[in-house]
Ligand binder design. Structure first.
Ligand code: ARG
Length: 281
């Protein structure tokens, strides 16, 4: 088991300011439309997250928030970008439907070749890159058919993982990729969020994974963003932060409590734009 983090690599992220953020419908167990939300606080927490990325030397791009799409702040759901290939999102619930085309247009307008998904998938919420393989969640939102679609599109092996607890309805609420180094991908996950068969598969593929306990998972600690060294993580996930330190990572606590009312944290607010790989020489 390695106790040295592989090291940071510069990332390119896409974010969407929570200008229109609120909780006006209920599509996951965290959302309670009758509880007040503080949009100004959400914006403040989001700005801090953005500033942390910039301070760490990452590039951040922005998509214009659209009125009437309060969940658009959760940019991770907007698409999946692997090797410069953009696979559009197709949302499960009509409330979020227009976000798919909005994000796809953002990429198309900037010269990316985009692919319109035929099957329901919620972007990086359910499709995580771990080295050469894509880990893909299903059970609540993204379908198995979408897993097959992105496998064909990108040529990467896709490992389907079944989520069983509605609180962890997207894979990125239950599993975090800490290092996407193709020689030594490292992940952390909350075992109880997965079906027995999927858990077995995870154990087989990642015997050294960090196992995250219920309290830290419930603070959406696993909705974390790693650059290979720094891990942006919910401040309440203290045990997870210790586990990260033991493995040589540097936890960077950033509070996203206001966005948690919609069922998301730092990772949900962050879509990684992965470029075309450099040619082998
Ligand atoms: N309210 C949003 C939904 O239920 C939250 C999305 C969080 N995003 C994420 N990547 N897990 O769809």
């Amino acid at each position: 088991m390695s106790t040295t983090a592989p090291g940071a690599t510069a990332r390119h992220y896409l974010m969407c300011r929570p200008t229109h953020y609120t909780v006006s419908y209920e599509i996951n167990p965290w959302m309670h439309p009758d509880r007040a939300t503080d949009t100004a606080l959400a914006v403040q927490q989001w700005e801090r997250l953005r500033d942390v990325y910039l301070d760490l030397g990452h590039e951040v791009s922005f998509i214009e928030p659209l009125e009437g799409l309060p969940d658009m702040v959760y940019a991770a759901n907007g698409a999946t970008v692997v090797d410069g290939i953009v696979y559009s999102a197709r949302f499960r619930y009509p409330e979020r439907g227009p976000e798919g085309p909005a994000y796809q247009k953002w990429f198309a307008d900037r010269g990316y070749v985009t692919h319109t998904a035929e099957h329901v998938n919620e972007g990086e919420g359910d499709i995580l890159v771990a080295g050469e393989v894509l880990l893909a969640g299903t059970g609540f939102r993204t379908t198995r058919e979408a897993h097959a679609e992105i496998a064909v599109l990108t040529g990467h092996e896709v490992v389907g993982l079944e989520l069983v607890d509605p609180h962890y309805y997207h894979l990125d609420t239950a599993l975090a990729v800490l290092s996407s180094d193709p020689r030594d991908a490292q992940i952390a996950y909350h075992p109880q969020a997965f079906s027995p068969a999927s858990l077995e598969r995870l154990q087989e593929l990642f015997p050294d994974a960090l196992l995250v306990e219920a309290d830290d998972a419930a603070a959406l600690g696993l909705n974390a963003v790693s650059d290979g060294e720094h891990v942006i993580v919910a401040p309440a996930a203290t045990r997870f932060a210790d586990q990260l330190r033991e493995r040589g990572y540097t936890p960077v606590p950033v509070s996203t409590t206001e966005l948690l009312k919609g069922g998301g944290g730092a990772k949900c607010c962050t879509l990684e734009i992965r470029p075309v790989p450099a040619p082998l020489r």
